[in-house]
Design a protein around this ligand. Structure first.
Ligand code: FAD
Ligand code: NAP
Length: 552
């Protein structure tokens, strides 16, 4: 057991060990009597992640019962987005928590294998696509298709991921005053008791936050070397792929496909349902979808819809994939790399003693208070199903904590703003145009470029991030739409493809979902920071003078 609690005897040897690992960097090298610095945490975590077999000791930060024998208000099993934010919320309200994670850091899958590498990959895709588009113009050199390496980008990520992990361990202990046991898998004994690192802990409540993992399709050859998902891609890829086939048609498929293709690894997406028309994505506007898919195709990504994967081919290692199309024909693609983005499910084996109620897909059922069917047991995050997004995971954890601490707090996550990346940042909230027309009799839209414009010659939108495209090939500069009920003048939905609009969508979503809504006239009264990425303010102002507004 490595005691990282307080500067004490064992701490000196821990620090000696950390120093032996190397230079702790600018934030490191604290005195022996000081708490671990971020730099020291980073070294320790990196060492444990790189050599798990020789680093089996738990990292322990639980007060000695002699110092503090108060009952725990809750044990959080899993210290990812749901568990860490829930724990912090409980501590902030004066409660006592214990957070347990199998990894040697808090924060969970997002900074280790999911959102953070995805954002790095998406930024790389955008840089590469621009460099390819602009090659031999301005200062851009000829684009060398062989220069960009998927392996190099993954190595860059792995070399740096220790710091976010370290910050979360440091912050959770030094600033948020949380108690935790890391690098140790929890076992459930009953609805009040958890065993970890050979000891049993009881609490008034349990909060289950153990996340989800990819469900691979059950087809022949899926276990071959050369088949990866977002997690094994980071941990196990050991060669440079030359050709990629992706199974899936939602965020992971589109985001990773856009990255792989941008690096020069020709990519085909095999999707069962039409791209972006999967049940897990709601309110996707058809105009937005058309633009996103057209621009993926424009970059050379091959998209095969109604495709059912039949077999991954290979002899020890992937050499191809066989799939069936809706007409019943089978096809084959030669490839050395298959990437699976077919969604996630939780593993509930450890919860067998509880008799938890689950839905037909295998997610834990929790009500709006995050309560499961077992009294005193709450569930949060990916464990309770879609949307599997950070806002939901964090706020579910916080919701469980607030209810445990005596509030009557409900969290409804049925409506939310959404986004994904291709080479673009794609954002949307509220209703799609088609949904709006089904519900309101007088719907108008503000759209750039308008439906009747030739997008190759219509240099709007033009804004931060898309200016070079607007001045070199206008169609690449993005797309936007605001959907409005002309009778009440309320904004019903907003949709954007481009760069830099995500922040705005967090606020637009809030404003348009207020009971009083948000009108185009109110939007027109805001003070835009020209050029702003989504142009909604100035475009609303152009129409706000009309008694009965029409399309723009
Ligand atoms: C590729 C990818 C990209 C994504 N990008 C985004 C994005 O850009 N934005 C966004 O909002 N969302 C994104 N998501 C979704 C987001 O990552 C998840 O919704 C979020 O991380 C879920 O948090 P969680 O706490 O439920 O689970 P996790 O963060 O997975 O935490 C679960 C924790 O439980 C621990 N655990 C499991 N079993 C045990 C045990 N027995 N004992 C102790 N500990 C245990 C694990 O070690 C883990 O740390 C992405 C997902 C993927 C797959
Ligand atoms: N915010 C972000 O940027 C971000 C990024 C990545 C991931 N995430 C989250 O992470 C979670 C996982 O994302 P995801 O894209 O992997 O999953 P997803 O949204 O659940 O989509 C799964 C895709 O795989 C297809 N599929 C499922 N089983 C299949 C099978 N057996 N054979 C062929 N195709 C199959 C589905 O097709 P059907 O539609 O036909 O079922 C769908 O297209 C999601 O909840 C997502 O919100 C968020």
């Amino acid at each position: 057991m490595i005691d990282v609690r307080n500067p004490a005897d064992g701490f000196t040897s821990l620090r000696a060990r950390i120093h032996a690992l190397g230079d702790p960097g600018p934030n490191g090298c604290g005195a022996d009597s000081a708490p671990l610095t971020v730099g020291e945490w980073a070294l320790l975590i990196d060492d444990i992640v790189a050599h798990p077999e020789s680093n089996t000791e738990p990292l322990w930060n639980v007060a000695d019962p002699e110092d503090d024998d108060r009952e725990f208000d809750a044990i959080f099993i899993g210290g990812g987005a749901a568990g860490r934010f829930g724990s912090a919320a409980l501590r902030a309200r004066g409660g006592r928590q214990l957070t347990i994670d199998a990894w040697p850091f808090l924060g969970g899958s997002c900074p280790h294998q999911a959102c953070v590498p995805h954002h790095l990959f998406s930024e790389v895709a955008r840089e590469l696509d621009l460099a390819r588009h602009m090659q031999e113009r301005l200062w851009y050199p000829p684009f060398d298709e062989k220069r960009a390496s998927i392996l190099d980008v993954i190595e860059l990520f792995k070399a740096g991921r220790g710091y976010p992990h370290a910050i979360m361990n440091w912050q959770s202990k030094e600033q948020l005053d949380m108690e935790y046991i890391l690098n140790a898998r929890a076992t459930l004994i009953d609805a009040r008791t958890v065993e970890v690192a050979g000891q049993r802990f009881t609490a008034r409540n349990l909060v289950l936050c153990t996340g989800a993992h990819t469900v691979f399709p059950e087809i022949a050859g899926i276990g071959l070397k050369g088949v990866y998902d977002y997690s094994s891609l980071i941990e196990e890829l050991d060669y440079e792929p030359n050709r990629c086939v992706i199974i899936g048609g939602s965020k992971v498929a589109m985001e990773y496909g856009s990255f792989f293709h941008a690096t020069g690894c020709k990519t085909t997406i095999l999707t069962r349902s039409p791209l972006m028309r999967t049940a897990s994505l709601h309110h996707v506007d058809e105009g937005l979808r058309d633009y996103v898919i057209a621009m993926m195709a424009d970059r050379g990504i091959e998209i095969v819809q109604d495709a059912e994967p039949v077999e991954v081919l290979g002899n020890g290692k992937v050499t191809g994939i066989r799939y069936r199309t809706a007409d019943g024909h089978e096809h084959q693609i030669d490839t050395d790399f298959v990437f699976v983005g077919t969604g996630e499910r939780p593993n509930l084996d450890m919860y067998a003693p509880l008799g938890l109620a689950t839905d037909e897909r295998g997610f834990v059922i929790a009500d709006t208070h995050m309560r499961t069917n077992v009294p005193g047991v709450y569930a949060a995050g990916d464990l309770v199903g879609p949307p599997m997004e950070m806002f939901k995971a964090r706020k579910c954890g916080v919701g469980a904590a607030r209810n445990i601490m005596g509030e009557d707090y409900e969290f409804d996550y049925t409506q939310y703003p959404d986004f994904l990346h291709t080479t673009y940042e794609v954002t949307w909230c509220g209703l799609s145009e088609a949904e709006a027309r089904n519900r309101y009799r007088n719907v108008i839209k503000i759209q750039m470029p308008p439906d009747d414009a030739d997008p190759e010659n219509f240099a709007l939108p033009a804004a931060e991030g898309s200016m070079i495209y607007a001045f070199t090939r206008p169609i690449l500069s993005g797309w936007l739409k605001l959907v409005i009920d002309a009778d009440t003048r309320k904004i019903l939905g907003a949709h954007h493809v481009g760069y830099g609009a995500k922040d705005a969508f967090q606020y637009i979503d809030y404003l348009i979902r207020r009971p009083e809504g948000f009108t185009m006239d109110e939007m027109a009264e805001l003070n835009e920071l020209f050029l702003n990425p989504e142009h909604f303010i100035q475009l609303c102002r152009l129409r706000a003078g009309q008694a009965m507004p029409v399309n723009l």
